[in-house]
Ligand binder design. Sequence first.
Ligand code: BES
Ligand code: ZN
Ligand code: ZN
Length: 483
Amino acid sequence: MNIEISNKPLSGIKADCEVVFVVNKNFKHKWVADKETLESLNFKGEGDECVLLAEAKKIYASIESLNRDEIRTASAKAIRAAKKTKFKSLKVGLYFEKGKEGESLSALAEGFWLGLYAHETYKSKKSEHKIEKIIISTEEYADKKEDIKKLESALNEAKSIAEAINMTREVVNTPPDDMTPIKLAHEAKSIAEKHKMECGVYDEKFLEKNGMNAFRAVSRASAHPPRLIHMIHKPKKPKAKIALVGKGLTYDSGGLSLKPSDYMVTMKADKGGGSAVLGIMRVIGELNLPFEVHGVIGATENMIGGNAYKPDDVLVAKNKKTIEVRNTDAEGRLVLADCLCYIQELGEFDYIIDLATLTGACVVALGEYTFGVMGFNDKLKKSILEASKNSGELSAELPFNKHLKKLLKSDVADMTNACSTRYGGAITAGLFLAEFIEDKNRDKWVHLDIAGPAFVEKEWGYHPAGASGVGIKTVIEWMKSLA
Ligand code: BES
Ligand code: ZN
Ligand code: ZN
């Protein structure tokens, strides 16, 4: 679906249907032409109301303010309503915050693209929509040529981000037998090829040869072999060197510490972090961002079998630290430990960000919609929290402390992968990862636990049921703040 900008007044644009937002209960705005009908439908201009007036060929959605997230959610709602019709084209005026026209336009367009996505690949009957294009009128804004140019570049960027998010959603939603580590590596290869990036894919022999025994142990009982994926975007004269490390568990059964059935469902989404790395790399390549970025994904399943790793095993990670396995379901930290060692041994980085659906404890702490931000560098954490706020993704800091660190102690090895208490489980998992961050990199690293928002079974905001593609918007926004 295409989105265009036009400087014609809304009334002068031809389209099958018009989208109108009722902002802060203001029914007096000239675009709100059906006040009486709306009143008779008990449309109050509150909450997430959205109605389609078939005869008037209009979709009305209420928003409380011109906050970007409100705009994004409203356009997602409107497109969901339009999806059910035979309308081929829509028109809408540009709603914007003064001075933030580009951002407002991006939000409006993103909402349309993101709201259109639904995971229907496996349905025999798909809800095929007819919408081909949306025209956004800048009537209320300016008609100066350079302003339109700015808006067009914002639209282009929004498109790239929205498409990457929808791609990531599809990867995460794809069932485990169809999105195996090998298939995930194919996805990475095809993105890399398209955007002229390097992409290394390494198998279990590589893991063994390179002492990545923690990663290897998790993958051992799986019929689908693991892959270490390493994508590189390397522009000339990069402004910074960034490593992104993603947990790519294409399925997490829990291993021998098997998950109860109800908790195993949705564990195809345990590749949410790695898949977000794919999406971020795609945007970076498409927009040719001025950073050298390494995207590393630890792709594997966590399964059971005669050769499965066990509680009581002691694993030697790539940096030679030893880990007592007390729970095979705490596998993400084992895979990430080796991936973090791998990337740090390859060279110096200015920033290292990992994204992982790491703990159920993070979901308990923050709720399903918010991801956790952990690390040692307050300034870096603050910049990520700020970027998340600007991008419309929800995040909160989970602070480390020395008392929780003591819970990692093991009687037989350097540390344990599962603490004796569940309290503070998201933070102890973060502190476990910190054991694999070299001293010189402590202030360069930040850990994002996206276990909550990566996959939610019910529709929320501008997200459909299922995978959300969370993390992409925050990291891209953060990179833009660096540039
Ligand atoms: N993949 C899970 C975490 C998870 C839970 C992600 C819910 C998304 C939704 C992770 O591998 C896991 O099982 N962690 C355990 C750790 C525990 C055994 C120390 C957990 O959170 O219970
Ligand atoms: Zn697990
Ligand atoms: Zn997991």
